[in-house]
Design a protein around this ligand. Sequence first.
Ligand code: SF4
Length: 415
Amino acid sequence: MKAADDIFIALPESTRTRLGELFSAYHFTESQKLEILKEEADLRQWKEPSFAENFNPDSIAMHDDGRNGERYMKAMRESMHHLRASETDYSAFFPDIHPRPKSKVTQPDKELVLSRCPCPVDGEKTRCCKLRTLDVIEQCAFSCSYCSVQAFYAENEIHAISNIKEKLLSLELDDDVWHIGTGQASDSILLGDDYGTLSGLIAFAEKHPDVIIELKSKSARNIFTRRYPANIFFSWSLNAETIISKEEHLTASLDGRIENAMRARDKGNLVGFHIHPMVYFRGWEDEYSAVADKVSAEFSPEDLFAISIGTLTFMKSVLKRLRMQGEESRILEMELAPAAGKFSYPLDIKRRMFSHVYSAFPESIRNGVFFYLCMEDPSLWKPVLGREYSCDREFEADMKRNYLSKKSNLAKIQK
Ligand code: SF4
């Protein structure tokens, strides 16, 4: 039982001692022991009290019938379910974090590959805009606790692909490519043009004026001292202040992101926002309303191409990695319902969160900006946004139509 041993060794001594007592006192199967260890590891990561250490046998009716192990399991599962199903409480949670420094940037001579977004292939299970992705930078200097990018690349090294301009200019694009994002494997603007990435993307955008290139960020780095081609579109992921301070380590504040978006807008660029990943925590209604209020106070519908809404979705491998890493975080203190081969909040919680933030925007923004749900179950669209698409192609075509109309309005204003 290597997995069980690894988890056991990583637990605090007081928990190990108590578990030793419980394992001798009650009968548990090996799989029950593993489940107990995993739950204790989760509690430790969430900085919640150990269930084992606080377990009082007098609190449940124990009998001398050899089934007290089962009774313990039932009490533990109920307690864990209660924690996961309720809104996460961050009020007394101050993580002792040690963000991995990723100041080392190397420039490997790697081939550039245009990939598809991580939605399931032409699925009925999510509605996908068919974004294509281009990993011009790999790995990120920020340390969001829920990040899946960190799972794919070497821990402490950022790769800025070398000779990026030449590689971008020699990239062949199919006719159906119109929307490319560079923010899937890193933050798109954090390195600025230090490694020629922005210059390369500018040249690429000028070569393909009909293709929109989205640079997505959580950064306040000011790269808006120059003009960008009209088909480069800047977007910022926004979150509630509590989630930014407790889970999105090293990233810019909410105000810092919005101010940077204002700089982009003031230089004549279209901007957008991703309210993502929404987290179900105590106080979420007020804090996500505040996000919508801040955006609405500073931007008019003409400034904004799109606003997406989405939440936490984990692949099994990422869940495993986050648990093994053991960093203090409450991001996994949530119900993990199956969602298109991954795990996410149950649909009812998503519906409540997404509807709430959408209705927190004034009507002018709701009617004048293209809102969409990112990688979400198609059944959520109608109750949340009041519209839906029968297939991914329909969604993609509508998104493209909205983009072209915003772009042509912007061109008229700029003349
Ligand atoms: S900003 Fe994005 S890529 Fe960077 S650590 Fe956070 S989630 Fe990962």
